[in-house]
Ligand binder design. Structure first.
Ligand code: NI
Length: 205
């Protein structure tokens, strides 16, 4: 099909809530093909329909790397039905060229969706894997939520947007996520404690 233009941050279309797909018609299948063609052309690991100007609940993901065969995954009308754990993820987005910042994510998710043939499936992704984080990032796009809304550090996010000549952070859209933040703090404390213990062990030798 065709490589489409990616809608960039600042365009209000990225903030709209996408519509459910009622039938996986030829039109939707063509949309899936365009999403995959565009994602591969742009070297992305995920792309959601609103990013190519289509207001449907559809996204694609491919987390295969290097010499692995391509593994396109299609999610139509996705719903995250379970989420747990917490992780810090350094993310970017094709709608924010070159800009990366650390965001809060769940480490484990279970998602229910339809594939490109309209068949329902359930998929689990764990341990803060790229797939787990990517599913949350792309699913957010369908609700007009962008990765910077989850920024761990608002000032870092503002700085990176400015450096890449992108519009300023929309502070009113930022998510508070106190539970996720608390879990992340626990995680960071645990890492600190481990490092301290290791240092002590070294001193003992
Ligand atoms: Ni994105």
């Amino acid at each position: 099909m065709s490589i489409r233009k990616v809608v960039k941050f600042g365009d209000p279309f990225l903030r709209e809530k996408a519509k459910e797909v009622h039938k996986v018609s030829k039109k939707i299948q063509d949309l899936v093909t365009d999403l995959l063609d565009t994602m591969y052309a742009e070297n992305g690991v995920g792309l959601a329909a609103p990013q190519i100007g289509e207001n449907y609940r559809v996204f694609v993901v491919d987390v295969s790397t290097g010499d692995q065969p391509l593994n396109p995954m299609v999610f139509i009308n996705p719903k995250i039905i379970k989420k747990s754990g917490a992780t810090i993820s350094n993310e970017g987005c094709l709608s924010f060229p070159e800009a990366y910042t650390e965001v809060r994510r769940y480490s484990d998710v279970m998602v229910k969706a339809m594939d490109r043939k309209g068949r329902s499936f359930v998929l689990e992704a764990h341990d803060g894997s790229l797939l787990a984080r990517c599913i949350q990032h792309e699913n957010d796009h369908l609700d007009g939520i962008l990765f910077v809304d989850h920024a761990l550090n608002r000032f870092d996010a503002e700085e990176t947007l400015k450096e890449h000549n992108l519009p300023p952070l929309q502070v009113d859209k930022m998510l508070e996520e106190p539970e996720l933040q608390a879990k992340i703090e626990e995680l960071l404390e645990a890492v600190d404690t481990t490092e301290e213990t290791e240092e002590q062990d070294e001193d003992d030798k």
